[in-house]
Design a protein around this ligand. Structure first.
Ligand code: SF4
Length: 215
């Protein structure tokens, strides 16, 4: 049985891809992008080791609740390529062909080895490339201007093609209560937005502790 080290799951995600989605954030990222908002996902020993079968049960429940897609982000999902193949191929088999799979990776396709390529090929669409804090963007679902939305399949083309160059004035962000009564920010806020929000809250005497975007 395959296991995936996971930081968190959440349904419904509406800020990382179209429609209502199951979000799976994997644990462990060696890329250490400056300005990363998810530093808590870097340590490959943190998070929880979860059987892929349990993640697929979550996916089936999400589909029954009306999910239109699965978004896998991180962390860096491609550090666990074999388990990721099982998750993504199983998710495809469990769906009715209408639910899409979006995979975020900080790697560029030219950096993929064979195992990473096999995992990436299971996704209908990819968002690739390091987060570069010095290259802000208004491109939907991307954190910096170098990141590319790549469609892999006909479903990916239908679902994500219209958004390849779509720009937004305000990036979609969800704020939800996590299972440990922590606040979870879902989405790709523009550079500096989280710091500005933190300062604005502090002016209202609301002080955030242990934020994931600071060392
Ligand atoms: S932005 Fe993504 S790829 Fe870069 S360090 Fe953070 S989790 Fe890793």
């Amino acid at each position: 049985m395959a296991w995936l080290r996971v930081s968190r799951t959440y349904y419904p995600v509406t800020a990382l891809g179209p429609g209502r989605r199951l979000g799976v954030w994997t644990q462990g990222c060696p890329l250490a992008c400056r300005g990363c908002m998810s530093r808590h996902t870097w340590d490959p020993g943190d998070g929880e080791r979860v059987p892929v079968t349990r993640l697929l049960s979550l996916w089936r429940r999400a589909l029954a609740a009306g999910a239109t897609g699965l978004t896998v982000s991180g962390g860096e999902p491609l550090t666990q390529p074999d388990a990721l193949v099982e998750l993504l191929s199983g998710a495809r088999d469990a769906g009715d062909g209408a639910a899409d799979i979006l995979l975020y990776t900080g790697y560029e396709p030219a950096e993929f080895d064979e195992a990473m390529r096999a995992a990436a090929d299971q996704a209908d669409a990819l968002i690739t490339g390091r987060y570069d804090v010095g290259r802000p963007t208004r491109l939907l679902w991307r954190g910096s201007a170098n990141q590319r939305l790549i469609v892999n399949t006909g479903l990916g083309r239908a679902r994500f093609g219209p958004y390849e160059t779509a720009e937004v004035d305000r990036a979609p962000v969800q704020v939800v209560l996590g299972e440990q009564d922590d606040l979870l920010f879902i989405g790709v806020p523009p550079p500096g937005a989280l710091g500005r929000m933190e300062r604005a809250l502090a002016e209202q005497s609301v002080h955030l502790r242990d934020v994931s975007w600071r060392p």
